[in-house]
Design a protein around this ligand. Structure first.
Ligand code: ATP
Length: 449
């Protein structure tokens, strides 16, 4: 299979669309922004919430035995000793001796690494290790006893709650705990928009299994996670697995695969699937002094479960979904339309409602229809400008359905329903709009390039 071509200019186009239409703004924009921090605007926060909801439903509703939690960002400092983050969570960095700019050593080219030259052509300092965790203090006194870290991953909040969940939720191994939340890493971030940021969100699910079944569940989750991206409507030829070689494996992992996406700047990690063995539970048992073994009361066997982790970036998925959905399409007579081909469940607005004209009571009828639709769908009323332009404005933000109300509506209570992807228009009774939207969403498949 030949690899799809990528358009290196696409990132610039997406960044500009995101700002113009209110998906994503630079953080503290009026002060000139803050490097590597971004704010989600009205459409962006909807899109992010919907991706999160899609993932949460997939994990907790569509799988047996997966429950959710929402743990605090700040945790007991011993957590990070037990997890290995104090000791191991660092990047090897080299500094440009002229500009003092720091670079991740593994992000330099082999030539820059061997000649110890920075991208600007200056000599580099010897590489040093920098811990990536943000450190702060809790309480009135800034002493070593008050040190806390902003969590660099959400996973640890799950491990330290393993016992609480087992005791309160009647779950039986194999079972999973899912969580979505913020994580923080003091990484050097220079480009690629929201791909890598110091503050980001993760969607993680930790699956606790009998040690003899780790391989089986690892394979199961690899297949499940790829299927999930197909359900999200992501182009399959833009996704692939990458297995971690021995030099890439994290200190806790026996086996690891990334799911990579072909971003406009090349193949990069979207999600990690890791066999973490009993590393986490055994370390937390050791550091907390608590028994974290699990009792299988049918077999009478007590053991420390192994963990298969699926760890996806929520904010990184937002970028992937935007890049995958973006298309410029010939729309006849030299006209080009911009369309975001979001899965209808992800689109910030599900249905736009327009009166063909404002006069003769048409606008009132359209408003009434929009008010009824908003009970079930996220809807948007627009009466400004030519109808073709109103369609294009919705195409550009990925609205999958538009309803147009005209004179005929007043006579026979029918409207025009227009589909974003095919631009097909059908005439249907007002009473059928909801069902046609639900049907279109159920039967959705990605079209276009
Ligand atoms: P990378 O190699 O890109 O630094 P990682 O292997 O350290 O990532 P994990 O620790 O496995 O990443 O984190 C799981 C997921 O969290 C990643 O696949 C990614 O989607 C997301 N993620 C990690 N770091 C960041 C970041 N700085 N900004 C945005 N998302 C991130």
């Amino acid at each position: 299979m030949s690899e799809p071509t990528i358009d290196p200019k696409l990132m610039e186009t997406i960044v500009s669309l995101c700002k113009r239409r209110g998906f994503i703004f630079p953080s503290s924009d009026i002060y000139g922004g803050l490097a590597s921090a971004w704010d989600y605007g009205p459409l962006g926060s909807e899109l992010k919430n919907r991706i999160q909801k899609f993932w949460w439903r997939e994990m907790t509703q569509l799988h047996d035995n997966i429950v959710g939690i929402d743990a605090a960002i700040m945790m007991h400092p011993k957590v990070w000793e037990a997890s290995g983050h104090i000791e191991n969570f660092d990047d090897l960095m080299a500094e440009d001796t002229v500009t003092n700019e720091r670079f991740r050593f593994d992000h330099l080219t082999p030539e820059q690494q061997s000649t110890m030259t920075s991208p600007a052509g200056n000599p580099l300092s010897a590489p040093r290790r920098f811990n990536l965790m943000f450190k702060t203090h809790v309480g009135a006194v800034e002493d070593s006893a008050s040190v806390v870290f902003l969590r660099p991953e959400t996973a640890q909040g799950i491990y330290v709650n393993f016992k609480n969940v087992v005791q309160t939720s009647r779950v039986k191994v194999p079972f999973g705990i899912a969580q979505v939340g913020k994580a923080f890493r003091n990484e050097i971030v220079t480009k690629n928009f929201i791909f890598r940021t110091v503050e980001f969100e993760q969607m993680e699910m930790q699956y606790f299994v009998h040690p003899s079944e780790d391989e089986k569940w690892f394979d199961y989750w690899m297949a499940q996670r790829m299927e999930y991206y197909a359900k999200l409507g992501i182009r399959p030829d833009c996704l692939r697995f990458h297995e971690h070689g021995p030099d890439e494996l994290a200190h806790y992992a026996k086996k690891a695969f990334d799911i990579e996406y072909l971003f406009p700047f090349g193949w990069n990690e979207l999600e990690g699937i890791h066999n973490r063995t009993d590393f986490d539970l055994s370390r937390h048992a050791e550091f907390s002094g608590k028994d974290l073994t699990y009792l299988d009361d049918v077999k009478g066997e007590r053991f420390l479960p192994y963990i298969v982790e699926t760890s996806a970036g929520l904010t990184r998925t937002v970028l992937m979904v935007l890049a995958d959905a973006y298309e410029e399409e010939e729309a006849g007579e030299g006209d080009v339309r911009t369309v975001l081909r979001f899965h209808p469940d992800l689109a910030p607005i599900t249905v736009g409602v327009f009166p063909l004209v404002k006069k003769d009571g048409i606008a009132e009828v359209a408003r009434k229809i929009e008010r009824e639709l908003r009970e079930d769908f996220s809807s948007f009323y627009d009466q400004g400008g030519a109808i073709g332009r109103r369609y294009r404005r919705q195409d550009e933000i990925g609205t999958p359905y538009c309803v147009t109300v005209d004179y005929q509506t007043k006579d026979d209570n029918t409207v025009t329903l227009r589909f974003r992807d095919s631009m097909e228009q059908i005439r249907i009774p007002v009473s059928q709009i909801g069902e046609r939207i639900r049907q279109g969403t159920r039967e959705y498949t990605r079209v276009g390039t």
